[in-house]
Design a protein around this ligand. Sequence first.
Ligand code: PLP
Length: 404
Amino acid sequence: MPGFEFFGNEERKEVNDVLETGILMRYGFDGPRKGIWKARELEEAICQTFGCKHAQLVSSGTAALTTAMGALGIGYGDEVILPAFTFVASFEAVLSVGAVPVFVDVDDSLTLDPQAVRNAITQKTKCIMPVHMCGSMADMDALQAICKEFDLLLLEDACQSIGATYKGKKLGTIGDAGTFSFDFVKTITCAEGGAVMTNREDIYLSSDGYSDHGHDHNGVDRGADLHPFIGYNFRISELHAAVGLAQIKKLNHFLAIQKKNHTALKNALATIPEVSFRRIHDESGDSCTFLSWFLPTEEITKAVVDELKAQQILAGNFYWFVNNWHYISKWDHLKNALTLHGLHPDLKAAVMHHATKDFSASDAIMSRCISTAIGLMWTDEQLHNKAEQLVNVIKKVLSEKKVG
Ligand SMILES: *Cc1c(COP(=O)(O)O)cnc(C)c1O
């Protein structure tokens, strides 16, 4: 799954290029840097690899989402529709620009249920933010149609689905903007980093300035740059970009391994009739970082998780339903709007209202779902053993439940 499994001489070489000049910053110092521009090079590689017109590197996936929000003009009075199953970063970014995160249910694709999205649209809705969770895609045709019908922005959180595609297009390049995370456990890593991708020049130019204190980057003298609007510092360093540059060249290799291991594991689990799988809107576009599967009931799923724990083989299997970071049921800090800084009372009330709605449709899906992370370094033997262990645990629990 994560690119850090393949850290090697290629990454060291790129980092050393930067260490040799000592210019660790991505902007300026044109002479001393001796032609080394790792962040720029990585941005070009992102455009090439994913087929988008523009890419803006930033310091994290969260910063990428925040930057995209700013560049899309999302803020005060706006509502952003996002799924109840996502990483906390998605709503953090919405809150950071003063907008209201409006959570809606996911379906058995583990992504936004388009009907739930429709039901949540109000006069204040400005943006739909699908999150392509666990390596695979939201229903982009349906969501694009809704955005068109209601004149809404589409921002893809593709942080977990680097290299996945939908009908031939890379996830993260389909909407008005899309984001990647290159944190340490993502498909490719910079240690910490992120990117905003867009085909719209205005969004790109705004992202470029927003992530660097509003600099217009129009001259060679940073000090003489103009600041057409207020920005922040979400810059990536050259050292981080250097790691990513080595990693992006390995992406196709990672994806091929994931596909192979994912297929083998899926075939093994598919021998159990009670196991079903996540709906994938475009099977050929799955990046296969996870295999997500369902059991018939919450009770059986919990028993399988307990048994995996008892046998000390739970690692790498994620039961998101009870996870503190990825599912709304555990987000008490959000439900109580526990920010360190004050919020406008109306915003606070709206945040709390939307975080405490009924998500029983999502519960019914998430309570039966386990995602198995696909390793890049598994030997055939390890893969075989993992599949066998999982199958045995599931069969054991199913037979006990039947007898009981
Ligand atoms: C990892 C992740 C992010 C945030 O990325 P960071 O680089 O860790 O800030 C955002 N959204 C999703 C869905 C993620 O998985």
